[in-house]
Design a protein around this ligand. Sequence first.
Ligand SMILES: C[S@@+](CC[C@H](N)C(=O)[O-])C[C@H]1O[C@@H](n2cnc3c(N)ncnc32)[C@H](O)[C@@H]1O
Length: 213
Amino acid sequence: MHHLTSEEIHKYAELYTSKESELLYDLNRQTHLQTELPIMLSGHLQGRLLSMISKMIRPRCILEIGTFTGYSALCLAEGLASEGKLLTIESNQEQAALAQEYFNKSPYKDQISLIVGKASDVLQYLNYEYDLVFIDADKMNYSNYFDLVIEKMASGAYILADNVLYNAEVLDAESGSKNAKAMHQYNIKMSLDNRLENVLLPVRDGIMLSRKK
Ligand SMILES: C[S@@+](CC[C@H](N)C(=O)[O-])C[C@H]1O[C@@H](n2cnc3c(N)ncnc32)[C@H](O)[C@@H]1O
């Protein structure tokens, strides 16, 4: 994945963005040492954005689809209401184990529940009202995940979806990859759903921020 902004702008933005915690810095490092695709981790700039958005919402219940090594979950957890909880779903056992190790070291260990399984199966039986949902796994199914969560969200709740610009391939989705087509379809679906208001943020690989009216 390349950044949609220039490397210089990205570095400048990171320079004037609050630092990540030592725990997040260490998790980022361990993810690079222990996993094959560390690029999947949200990273400093996007992580601070997720934290800031979560602090603005003060959610009682956050759902994340796609834990990887737990970086984004820990960022989102920073904004949880005092009795709030974060549920995060990951299909890969090894990545889930590393994530759990870092959740246990964090101040949010009692607020985060990591569920190992396929998101489409897990989402069927979860029964919560979500204030904030972060979709960040399995691009072909973003649209299905949206359908599975939207009825479990009250008015004023938010959905964030990552990678919606898919390396800028969405600009010519017809000749792009399956994933680029799926991201383009997701963006169209959000824009046509009159239950929502949307902002597509061209941060990193593109984040769609949708609010249920
Ligand atoms: C892009 S990474 C998530 C990155 C993480 N949210 C972050 O920002 O640090 C996507 C993760 O979703 C997991 N995944 C892929 N398909 C899945 C599925 N059907 N159900 C649950 N997790 C899945 C992958 O194993 C991978 O760890």
